[in-house]
Ligand binder design. Structure first.
Ligand code: NDP
Length: 325
Protein backbone atom coordinates (compact mmCIF):
# COMPACT_ATOMS: atom_id res chain seq x y z
CA UNK A 1 0.00 0.00 0.00
CA UNK A 2 1.49 3.35 -1.04
CA UNK A 3 1.80 5.91 1.70
CA UNK A 4 2.83 9.56 1.85
CA UNK A 5 4.29 11.70 4.61
CA UNK A 6 2.26 14.63 5.89
CA UNK A 7 1.95 17.07 8.75
CA UNK A 8 -1.36 16.17 10.36
CA UNK A 9 -3.19 18.58 12.61
CA UNK A 10 -5.79 17.44 15.13
CA UNK A 11 -7.30 18.93 18.27
CA UNK A 12 -4.18 18.03 20.28
CA UNK A 13 -1.65 19.57 17.86
CA UNK A 14 0.45 18.76 14.81
CA UNK A 15 2.62 15.72 14.09
CA UNK A 16 4.35 13.99 11.15
CA UNK A 17 2.51 10.90 9.93
CA UNK A 18 2.68 8.37 7.08
CA UNK A 19 -0.79 8.00 5.57
CA UNK A 20 -2.22 5.73 2.87
CA UNK A 21 -3.13 7.44 -0.42
CA UNK A 22 -6.76 6.41 0.15
CA UNK A 23 -7.03 8.96 2.98
CA UNK A 24 -6.65 11.92 0.60
CA UNK A 25 -9.81 14.01 0.11
CA UNK A 26 -11.68 13.91 -3.21
CA UNK A 27 -10.55 16.01 -6.19
CA UNK A 28 -9.89 15.63 -9.91
CA UNK A 29 -6.13 16.03 -9.75
CA UNK A 30 -3.58 14.02 -7.76
CA UNK A 31 -0.35 15.98 -7.32
CA UNK A 32 3.13 14.80 -6.29
CA UNK A 33 3.96 17.80 -4.13
CA UNK A 34 7.52 19.09 -4.37
CA UNK A 35 7.36 22.23 -2.23
CA UNK A 36 4.98 24.17 -0.04
CA UNK A 37 5.73 27.32 1.93
CA UNK A 38 5.17 28.71 5.39
CA UNK A 39 2.64 31.53 5.53
CA UNK A 40 1.21 33.54 8.43
CA UNK A 41 -2.06 31.63 8.14
CA UNK A 42 -0.18 28.34 8.56
CA UNK A 43 1.18 29.73 11.82
CA UNK A 44 -2.39 30.47 12.93
CA UNK A 45 -3.49 26.95 11.88
CA UNK A 46 -0.57 25.19 13.57
CA UNK A 47 -1.17 27.13 16.78
CA UNK A 48 -4.96 26.56 16.72
CA UNK A 49 -5.67 30.30 16.48
CA UNK A 50 -8.40 32.37 14.77
CA UNK A 51 -10.41 29.25 13.87
CA UNK A 52 -8.42 28.94 10.64
CA UNK A 53 -9.01 25.18 10.79
CA UNK A 54 -12.49 24.01 11.75
CA UNK A 55 -12.37 20.35 10.79
CA UNK A 56 -9.89 17.68 11.85
CA UNK A 57 -7.75 15.89 10.90
CA UNK A 58 -6.29 18.59 8.60
CA UNK A 59 -3.09 18.80 6.61
CA UNK A 60 -2.03 22.46 6.82
CA UNK A 61 -0.14 24.37 4.13
CA UNK A 62 -2.03 27.04 2.16
CA UNK A 63 -0.02 26.53 -1.02
CA UNK A 64 1.87 23.89 -2.99
CA UNK A 65 3.82 23.33 -6.17
CA UNK A 66 4.24 19.92 -7.77
CA UNK A 67 3.76 17.56 -10.67
CA UNK A 68 0.42 16.06 -11.72
CA UNK A 69 0.36 12.28 -11.25
CA UNK A 70 -3.28 11.59 -12.22
CA UNK A 71 -6.03 13.81 -13.58
CA UNK A 72 -9.64 13.20 -14.55
CA UNK A 73 -9.88 16.81 -15.80
CA UNK A 74 -8.96 17.46 -19.45
CA UNK A 75 -7.03 20.64 -18.54
CA UNK A 76 -4.28 18.66 -16.79
CA UNK A 77 -2.20 15.62 -17.72
CA UNK A 78 0.31 13.52 -15.82
CA UNK A 79 3.64 15.33 -15.80
CA UNK A 80 2.17 18.87 -15.84
CA UNK A 81 3.80 21.25 -13.38
CA UNK A 82 1.25 23.14 -11.31
CA UNK A 83 0.92 25.70 -8.55
CA UNK A 84 -1.89 26.12 -6.05
CA UNK A 85 -2.49 28.93 -3.57
CA UNK A 86 -5.61 29.70 -1.57
CA UNK A 87 -9.13 28.33 -2.10
CA UNK A 88 -9.20 27.14 1.51
CA UNK A 89 -6.43 24.60 0.98
CA UNK A 90 -4.79 23.92 4.35
CA UNK A 91 -7.90 25.29 6.07
CA UNK A 92 -10.92 23.34 4.78
CA UNK A 93 -9.20 20.97 2.34
CA UNK A 94 -5.92 19.09 2.96
CA UNK A 95 -3.02 21.30 1.98
CA UNK A 96 0.62 21.41 0.96
CA UNK A 97 2.51 20.17 4.04
CA UNK A 98 2.45 16.67 2.51
CA UNK A 99 4.12 14.65 -0.22
CA UNK A 100 0.76 14.16 -2.03
CA UNK A 101 -2.34 16.30 -2.51
CA UNK A 102 -5.65 15.63 -4.23
CA UNK A 103 -7.31 18.88 -5.29
CA UNK A 104 -9.89 20.49 -7.59
CA UNK A 105 -8.61 21.27 -11.10
CA UNK A 106 -10.28 24.69 -10.78
CA UNK A 107 -7.79 25.71 -8.09
CA UNK A 108 -4.64 25.01 -10.09
CA UNK A 109 -2.51 27.35 -12.16
CA UNK A 110 0.01 25.91 -14.64
CA UNK A 111 3.56 26.67 -13.46
CA UNK A 112 4.37 30.03 -15.11
CA UNK A 113 7.12 29.93 -17.73
CA UNK A 114 10.45 31.03 -16.35
CA UNK A 115 9.81 29.73 -12.83
CA UNK A 116 10.75 26.35 -11.38
CA UNK A 117 8.80 24.63 -8.60
CA UNK A 118 11.15 25.89 -5.88
CA UNK A 119 10.90 29.49 -7.11
CA UNK A 120 7.11 29.20 -7.35
CA UNK A 121 6.95 28.39 -3.65
CA UNK A 122 9.57 31.00 -2.76
CA UNK A 123 6.85 33.29 -4.09
CA UNK A 124 3.89 31.26 -2.77
CA UNK A 125 0.72 32.74 -1.25
CA UNK A 126 2.63 35.64 0.30
CA UNK A 127 4.34 36.59 -2.96
CA UNK A 128 1.13 36.29 -4.95
CA UNK A 129 -0.53 38.60 -2.41
CA UNK A 130 2.34 41.08 -2.72
CA UNK A 131 1.90 41.14 -6.51
CA UNK A 132 -1.89 41.53 -6.20
CA UNK A 133 -1.19 44.59 -4.04
CA UNK A 134 1.18 46.02 -6.65
CA UNK A 135 -1.40 45.43 -9.40
CA UNK A 136 -4.14 47.04 -7.28
CA UNK A 137 -1.96 50.12 -6.68
CA UNK A 138 -0.90 50.36 -10.33
CA UNK A 139 -4.49 50.00 -11.55
CA UNK A 140 -5.27 53.11 -9.47
CA UNK A 141 -2.23 54.96 -10.83
CA UNK A 142 1.01 54.68 -8.88
CA UNK A 143 3.55 57.48 -9.29
CA UNK A 144 7.32 57.50 -8.83
CA UNK A 145 7.61 60.97 -7.34
CA UNK A 146 7.07 59.92 -3.73
CA UNK A 147 8.15 56.84 -1.79
CA UNK A 148 5.89 53.79 -1.78
CA UNK A 149 5.68 52.38 1.73
CA UNK A 150 5.79 48.64 2.53
CA UNK A 151 5.08 47.51 6.10
CA UNK A 152 6.05 44.18 7.66
CA UNK A 153 8.86 44.53 5.17
CA UNK A 154 11.13 41.84 6.61
CA UNK A 155 8.30 39.23 6.49
CA UNK A 156 6.90 37.20 3.59
CA UNK A 157 4.43 39.51 1.82
CA UNK A 158 6.50 42.56 2.68
CA UNK A 159 9.85 41.31 1.39
CA UNK A 160 8.38 40.30 -1.99
CA UNK A 161 6.57 43.66 -2.25
CA UNK A 162 9.82 45.53 -1.55
CA UNK A 163 11.67 43.49 -4.21
CA UNK A 164 8.98 43.85 -6.90
CA UNK A 165 8.32 47.57 -6.35
CA UNK A 166 12.04 48.42 -6.35
CA UNK A 167 12.59 46.37 -9.46
CA UNK A 168 9.80 48.33 -11.17
CA UNK A 169 11.62 51.56 -10.34
CA UNK A 170 9.41 52.85 -7.53
CA UNK A 171 11.29 54.46 -4.63
CA UNK A 172 10.51 52.13 -1.71
CA UNK A 173 10.37 52.93 2.00
CA UNK A 174 10.43 49.69 4.00
CA UNK A 175 8.93 49.81 7.51
CA UNK A 176 10.09 47.15 9.92
CA UNK A 177 10.14 46.37 13.61
CA UNK A 178 13.55 44.74 13.09
CA UNK A 179 16.16 47.48 12.53
CA UNK A 180 18.80 44.72 12.34
CA UNK A 181 17.32 43.74 8.97
CA UNK A 182 18.17 47.08 7.35
CA UNK A 183 20.92 45.64 5.12
CA UNK A 184 18.60 42.76 4.07
CA UNK A 185 15.90 45.26 3.08
CA UNK A 186 18.38 47.49 1.24
CA UNK A 187 19.67 44.42 -0.62
CA UNK A 188 16.09 43.89 -1.89
CA UNK A 189 16.08 47.46 -3.17
CA UNK A 190 14.59 49.55 -0.34
CA UNK A 191 15.68 53.19 -0.60
CA UNK A 192 14.70 54.06 2.98
CA UNK A 193 14.28 51.82 6.03
CA UNK A 194 11.89 53.10 8.72
CA UNK A 195 11.13 51.91 12.24
CA UNK A 196 7.46 50.92 12.21
CA UNK A 197 6.99 52.39 15.73
CA UNK A 198 7.74 55.84 14.29
CA UNK A 199 4.85 55.51 11.84
CA UNK A 200 2.36 54.21 14.39
CA UNK A 201 3.15 56.71 17.17
CA UNK A 202 -0.13 58.03 18.64
CA UNK A 203 -1.21 61.42 17.27
CA UNK A 204 -4.05 63.86 17.95
CA UNK A 205 -3.92 65.02 14.34
CA UNK A 206 -6.31 63.38 11.86
CA UNK A 207 -3.88 64.28 9.04
CA UNK A 208 -0.12 64.72 8.95
CA UNK A 209 2.43 65.76 6.32
CA UNK A 210 1.73 64.09 2.95
CA UNK A 211 4.54 61.60 2.75
CA UNK A 212 3.83 58.43 0.78
CA UNK A 213 2.72 57.92 -2.83
CA UNK A 214 1.23 54.48 -2.16
CA UNK A 215 1.48 51.73 0.44
CA UNK A 216 1.32 47.97 0.90
CA UNK A 217 0.27 47.22 4.48
CA UNK A 218 0.35 43.75 6.02
CA UNK A 219 0.26 44.85 9.67
CA UNK A 220 -3.02 46.76 10.12
CA UNK A 221 -4.00 48.16 13.54
CA UNK A 222 -2.20 51.25 14.82
CA UNK A 223 0.29 51.14 11.97
CA UNK A 224 -2.40 51.30 9.29
CA UNK A 225 -4.11 54.14 11.15
CA UNK A 226 -0.77 56.01 11.26
CA UNK A 227 -0.10 55.42 7.55
CA UNK A 228 -3.53 56.71 6.50
CA UNK A 229 -2.70 60.08 8.11
CA UNK A 230 0.50 60.34 6.06
CA UNK A 231 -0.68 59.37 2.58
CA UNK A 232 -0.42 61.98 -0.18
CA UNK A 233 -3.52 63.29 -1.97
CA UNK A 234 -5.14 60.77 -4.35
CA UNK A 235 -3.02 57.79 -3.31
CA UNK A 236 -3.95 54.24 -2.24
CA UNK A 237 -3.11 51.76 0.47
CA UNK A 238 -3.37 48.06 -0.43
CA UNK A 239 -4.10 46.25 2.84
CA UNK A 240 -3.69 42.49 3.21
CA UNK A 241 -3.10 41.63 6.81
CA UNK A 242 -3.59 41.96 10.50
CA UNK A 243 -0.27 40.88 12.02
CA UNK A 244 -0.50 43.95 14.27
CA UNK A 245 -4.22 43.74 15.03
CA UNK A 246 -7.63 43.66 13.39
CA UNK A 247 -9.05 46.90 14.87
CA UNK A 248 -8.73 50.10 12.84
CA UNK A 249 -9.15 53.45 14.62
CA UNK A 250 -9.06 56.29 12.13
CA UNK A 251 -11.12 59.27 10.98
CA UNK A 252 -12.77 59.77 7.61
CA UNK A 253 -10.51 62.75 6.85
CA UNK A 254 -7.80 60.87 4.88
CA UNK A 255 -10.57 59.55 2.63
CA UNK A 256 -12.50 62.83 2.27
CA UNK A 257 -9.84 65.55 2.29
CA UNK A 258 -7.04 63.58 0.65
CA UNK A 259 -9.03 61.17 -1.51
CA UNK A 260 -7.07 58.27 -0.12
CA UNK A 261 -8.34 54.78 -1.13
CA UNK A 262 -8.08 51.74 1.09
CA UNK A 263 -7.92 48.68 -1.16
CA UNK A 264 -8.52 45.33 0.52
CA UNK A 265 -6.62 42.49 -1.13
CA UNK A 266 -7.56 38.85 -0.57
CA UNK A 267 -5.55 36.26 -2.48
CA UNK A 268 -7.67 33.31 -1.33
CA UNK A 269 -10.61 33.96 -3.65
CA UNK A 270 -8.88 35.95 -6.38
CA UNK A 271 -10.47 35.00 -9.72
CA UNK A 272 -8.42 32.78 -12.00
CA UNK A 273 -7.77 35.45 -14.67
CA UNK A 274 -6.28 37.90 -12.15
CA UNK A 275 -4.34 35.06 -10.52
CA UNK A 276 -2.75 34.15 -13.85
CA UNK A 277 -1.95 37.81 -14.56
CA UNK A 278 -0.26 38.12 -11.17
CA UNK A 279 1.79 34.92 -11.68
CA UNK A 280 2.89 36.12 -15.12
CA UNK A 281 4.03 39.42 -13.66
CA UNK A 282 5.86 37.59 -10.88
CA UNK A 283 7.74 35.53 -13.45
CA UNK A 284 8.91 38.71 -15.22
CA UNK A 285 9.12 41.41 -12.52
CA UNK A 286 10.90 39.54 -9.74
CA UNK A 287 14.54 38.85 -10.59
CA UNK A 288 15.71 35.35 -9.68
CA UNK A 289 18.66 36.67 -7.69
CA UNK A 290 16.34 38.71 -5.46
CA UNK A 291 14.10 35.68 -4.97
CA UNK A 292 17.10 33.60 -3.91
CA UNK A 293 18.08 36.34 -1.46
CA UNK A 294 14.73 36.40 0.30
CA UNK A 295 14.09 32.66 0.76
CA UNK A 296 15.23 29.86 3.01
CA UNK A 297 14.38 26.16 2.53
CA UNK A 298 13.38 23.92 5.45
CA UNK A 299 12.39 20.23 5.67
CA UNK A 300 8.75 19.19 6.22
CA UNK A 301 9.26 18.43 9.92
CA UNK A 302 10.52 21.97 10.62
CA UNK A 303 7.00 23.33 10.12
CA UNK A 304 6.07 21.73 13.46
CA UNK A 305 8.14 24.32 15.33
CA UNK A 306 7.86 27.38 13.08
CA UNK A 307 4.26 28.35 13.98
CA UNK A 308 5.10 30.52 17.00
CA UNK A 309 8.03 32.17 15.18
CA UNK A 310 5.98 33.40 12.22
CA UNK A 311 3.18 34.68 14.48
CA UNK A 312 5.74 36.61 16.53
CA UNK A 313 7.14 38.26 13.37
CA UNK A 314 10.49 36.47 13.75
CA UNK A 315 10.56 34.71 10.36
CA UNK A 316 12.58 36.57 7.72
CA UNK A 317 11.51 36.66 4.08
CA UNK A 318 9.98 33.53 2.60
CA UNK A 319 10.29 30.01 4.00
CA UNK A 320 9.98 27.20 1.43
CA UNK A 321 9.05 23.75 2.74
CA UNK A 322 10.76 20.86 0.94
CA UNK A 323 8.17 18.15 1.62
CA UNK A 324 10.55 15.35 0.59
CA UNK A 325 13.32 16.40 2.98
P1 NDP B 1 5.06 37.26 8.07
O1 NDP B 1 5.00 36.83 9.47
O2 NDP B 1 6.08 36.68 7.16
O3 NDP B 1 5.24 38.84 8.03
C1 NDP B 1 4.50 39.70 8.88
C2 NDP B 1 5.39 40.84 9.29
O4 NDP B 1 4.62 41.86 9.92
C3 NDP B 1 6.41 40.41 10.33
O5 NDP B 1 7.51 39.79 9.75
C4 NDP B 1 6.75 41.75 10.94
O6 NDP B 1 7.67 42.38 10.05
C5 NDP B 1 5.45 42.53 10.85
N1 NDP B 1 4.73 42.70 12.11
C6 NDP B 1 4.29 43.86 12.54
N2 NDP B 1 3.66 43.78 13.69
C7 NDP B 1 3.65 42.50 14.02
C8 NDP B 1 3.13 41.80 15.12
N3 NDP B 1 2.51 42.42 16.14
N4 NDP B 1 3.29 40.48 15.13
C9 NDP B 1 3.92 39.86 14.12
N5 NDP B 1 4.43 40.52 13.04
C10 NDP B 1 4.31 41.82 13.00
O7 NDP B 1 3.61 37.05 7.45
P2 NDP B 1 3.13 37.20 5.94
O8 NDP B 1 3.94 38.24 5.27
O9 NDP B 1 2.99 35.87 5.34
O10 NDP B 1 1.66 37.76 6.18
C11 NDP B 1 1.49 39.09 6.67
C12 NDP B 1 0.02 39.40 6.90
O11 NDP B 1 -0.65 39.35 5.65
C13 NDP B 1 -0.69 38.41 7.83
O12 NDP B 1 -1.64 39.11 8.59
C14 NDP B 1 -1.38 37.47 6.86
O13 NDP B 1 -2.52 36.89 7.44
C15 NDP B 1 -1.72 38.42 5.75
N6 NDP B 1 -1.87 37.77 4.48
C16 NDP B 1 -2.99 38.04 3.79
C17 NDP B 1 -3.21 37.50 2.58
C18 NDP B 1 -4.40 37.90 1.81
O14 NDP B 1 -4.69 37.29 0.79
N7 NDP B 1 -5.11 38.92 2.24
C19 NDP B 1 -2.28 36.50 2.00
C20 NDP B 1 -1.05 36.35 2.74
C21 NDP B 1 -0.89 36.96 3.97
P3 NDP B 1 8.71 43.50 10.51
O15 NDP B 1 9.48 42.92 11.63
O16 NDP B 1 9.52 43.75 9.29
O17 NDP B 1 7.90 44.69 10.91
Amino acid sequence: METFRAVVLDESGASLKDLPLSTLPPGEVLVDVAYSSLNYKDGLALMGRNKVVRQYPMVPGVDLAGIVRESSDPRYEPGDRVVLTGWGVGERHWGGFAQMARVSADWLVPLPQGLDLLEAMAIGSAGLTAMLCVLALEDRGLGRDREVLVTGAAGGVGSVAVAVLSRLGYPVAAATGRPEEESFLRSLGAQTVLDRRELSAPSDKPLETERFGGAVDVVGGELLAGILRQMAYGTSVAATGLAGGRELHTTVLPFILRGVSLLGVDSVRTPLALRRRAWERLSTDLPRELLARLMQVVPLGATLTLGPAILAGRVKGRTVVDVNA
